[in-house]
Design a protein around this ligand. Structure first.
Ligand SMILES: Nc1ncnc2c1ncn2[C@@H]1O[C@H](COP(=O)(O)OP(=O)(O)OP(=O)(O)O)[C@@H](O)[C@H]1O
Length: 362
């Protein structure tokens, strides 16, 4: 079992300094709009992933006018107490587990698995292919050792290759020998990422379908289609066949950085055909299936962070979700809501299972 028992936030977003103790398996966080509920979930996410779920720019996590923040948490993992500290000061980040700083943050990912379900997740369906890759990569990084390292290396080489393609016009010598080297490295790091994505998605859809049917209370067929240029030809051949085109376009046109996922509901694209309610159910199903995949892989349940679920799902779906997360397959769950009464009522059958924390209390 993995759980957070204590967290302290200093100069993190709207928090000057505040500590919280978590004493139950289910923690309800209540408070007005803008009181910092989501920011608290994000702090927990940050400690697990060494980055915010919401903000890509680190300075957005630092309290306005300050020059750094500190997050510290005590966690229980397999009956052992662990301490994680993340600090950012003057743009420099440090992450330490039990007082030992990481040289590579990627070593931390997957050790303290967590899944966030938040309003912005709609982008996974409605946004561009980058949003879907980001979701899939965050998931696979927790499951497959080395996945993140391959992905980071791939993107670094891709950037160098693209810079070379742009600089080519001003060059007096042929860029081909250097492109050969980059291509070899792209294949070396791109193929394992492609294989991991392909293999994972083949079986994952079954889990999503189960969760969708459970939440919706009826059966509608959901499906994915993994779209990758690497399904058509081996990567090395693709790069070779498109070199001239890449030179003309001044960028790398083929590769796993172009992968996408097509989500289907009853064989129609979810993005354009599904209703808002169907999309919401699908997103929850996707995230819950993600949770289960991680649990099955790690042999212990991840931390589940549920932001504003009551605003997103109808009462019937919320009550199915609440029943599910109280079950034996789930570990520590954090749920935010603006209404304490609504949260209390949702757990009326089992009130002792939930600890309620109000943002208004200091
Ligand atoms: N870098 C920052 N420095 C200071 N305050 C910040 C920073 N970033 C965000 N905030 C503040 O945090 C608050 C938002 O907090 P959060 O999103 O956690 O609220 P919430 O309780 O989840 O609200 P809602 O119920 O509307 O979802 C806003 O008042 C915002 O101004």
């Amino acid at each position: 079992m993995l759980s957070v028992s204590k967290i302290s936030l200093t100069q993190f977003k709207n928090y000057s300094h505040r500590s919280f103790r978590f004493t139950s398996r289910i923690v309800g966080i209540t408070g007005r709009n803008g009181s910092g509920k989501t920011n608290l979930l994000d702090a927990i996410y940050y400690l697990c992933f060494t980055k915010s779920y919401f903000s890509t720019a680190e300075n957005q996590n630092v309290q306005y006018t300050m020059n750094g923040f500190r997050l510290e948490a005590s966690l229980q993992r397999h009956q052992k107490e662990e301490k994680i500290v993340c600090t950012v000061k003057d743009g420099k980040k440090d992450v330490a587990l039990n007082d030992e700083s990481y040289e590579k943050f990627s070593r931390h990912i997957g050790q303290f698995p967590a899944v966030m379900i938040a309003p912005d997740d709609a982008e996974i369906i409605l946004g561009g292919s980058e949003d879907r890759r980001k979701w899939l990569d965050a998931l696979l990084a927790q499951l497959i050792p080395g996945y993140l390292d391959h992905l980071i290396a791939y993107h670094k080489i891709l950037q160098q290759r693209n810079s070379l393609l742009k600089a080519m016009i001003t060059m007096t010598h042929s860029p081909d020998p250097l492109l050969d080297v980059f291509d070899e490295q792209l294949v070396q790091h791109g193929v394992p990422v492609f294989e991991a994505r392909k293999q994972f998605l083949e079986t994952f859809i079954g889990k999503v379908q189960d969760r969708y049917d459970y939440l919706a209370g009826k059966h509608e067929t959901v499906a994915f289609r993994y779209q990758s240029q690497l399904l058509e030809q081996p990567f090395a051949a693709l790069l070779a066949a498109n070199r001239l085109r890449d030179k003309q376009m001044q960028r790398t046109t083929q590769g796993i950085h172009r992968d996408d996922l097509l989500f289907l509901l009853d064989e129609h694209p979810m993005k354009t055909s599904a209703s808002q309610g169907q999309r919401k159910s699908f997103l929850f199903a996707l995230k819950l299936a993600q949770y289960e995949a991680i649990r099955a892989h790690k042999h212990f349940p991840p931390i589940l962070l549920l932001d504003d679920v009551f605003e997103k799902l109808d009462q019937e779906r919320v009550s199915r979700l609440i029943t599910l997360v109280q079950g034996p397959d789930y570990g520590q769950v954090f749920i935010t809501d603006t209404h304490g009464d609504r949260l209390r009522a949702a757990f009326a059958d089992n009130p002792e299972v939930i600890q309620l924390i109000s943002m208004q209390e200091e």
